[in-house]
Design a protein around this ligand. Structure first.
Ligand SMILES: [Zn+2]
Length: 302
């Protein structure tokens, strides 16, 4: 009897380990809200998605909790941004890979030749890749292909969903181009809390200046604020912007420094940079976030 119980236990442990897809669904754990949104669009009802980071969470500073490690360990696949955006999770990802856990870095979809270089990150590249819609299209195709490999049974669904989402991104790109074109190139100066928008600037010809450098892990100093205040005065910039995942005090200090020069610059509003908006709002999706940002940027700088 005892032997029988041990055998049953062993079988159940073994079969649990063996089944990749519990309830027929691929278990996917994602990091940022942008990645979570994309993965949901591709996977639809064939996957179970658990996003580690919520709205307003800064991925540069995010540390894994014990609960997160458990979620990552139980996932069939982990999808993350890469290029050290999730700097404090790198060790955890490495441990997962050592355990033969499947991981997908979105940045692997992109040829290094199209990446923006940066000395701030161990990767040597600017990790804010989602702000180039063309990048996001390449990443959509890449993750779709990976899901098809991992879960061939549902590959037709992933292909259809991926193709639908590519159409959505193409029409987003058209709409944004039209809006941006209403703003003269000379007015396309984007001053924000940290340098998250370089890819956006590249795609839509904006001169992008961040107070804090590429990572929020480095604080802006008094010199940075003064330098940027002079730049705003010189270029006659009408508005500067707060970011949803970065404390607003540095941007307010900049506004004060411009005032001290006898100039007025308004805070144009809050942009979503490294996280999407709260669940239930239009800005909780990549498309909604992008439209919100560009509407605010264009109307404030006109
Ligand atoms: Zn950032």
């Amino acid at each position: 009897m005892k032997k029988y119980i041990i055998l049953v236990c062993l079988i159940s442990i073994f079969s649990c380990k063996k089944v990749g897809k519990k309830n027929g669904k691929l278990k996917v754990v994602t990091t940022t809200t942008m990645i979570t949104d994309l993965v949901k669009n591709i996977g639809g009802d064939k996957i179970d998605v658990q996003g580690l980071m919520g709205a307003g969470v800064d991925p540069h500073l995010y540390k894994a909790s014990e609960g997160d490690v458990g979620k990552l360990f139980n996932a069939d696949v982990i999808v993350y941004n890469g290029l050290h955006l999730e700097g404090k999770l790198e060790d955890v990802f490495e441990k997962m890979r050592q355990q033969n856990k499947k991981t997908i870095a979105a940045s692997d979809a992109l040829d290094p030749a199209i990446l923006i270089g940066s000395e701030y990150f161990a990767s040597n590249y600017d990790p804010h890749i989602w702000f180039d819609i063309t990048n996001w299209e390449l990443i959509t195709q890449y993750i779709t292909d990976k899901f098809c490999e991992l879960d061939a049974e549902n590959s037709e669904t992933y292909k259809t969903n991926g193709a639908d989402y590519l159409k959505t991104l193409a029409s987003l790109k058209l709409a944004i181009t039209e809006q941006v074109n209403s703003l003269p190139v000379a007015r396309r100066i984007l001053v924000t809390a940290h340098d998250a928008f370089n890819y956006f600037g590249n795609e839509f010809q904006f001169n992008v200046v961040g107070l804090q450098g590429l990572s929020t892990a480095t604080e802006a100093g008094v010199k940075d604020v003064q330098r940027l205040a002079s730049f705003i005065e010189e270029k006659n910039v009408k508005a500067i912007f707060i970011e949803s995942s970065v404390p607003k005090r540095t941007v307010e200090a900049l506004q004060e420094a411009v005032r001290a020069k006898g100039k007025e610059v308004v805070i144009g509003g809050t942009l979503y940079s490294d996280a999407l908006g709260s669940a239930g709002t239009a800005e909780a999706t990549y498309v909604g976030m992008y439209k919100h940002n560009v509407k605010i940027i264009v109307s404030s700088l006109k």
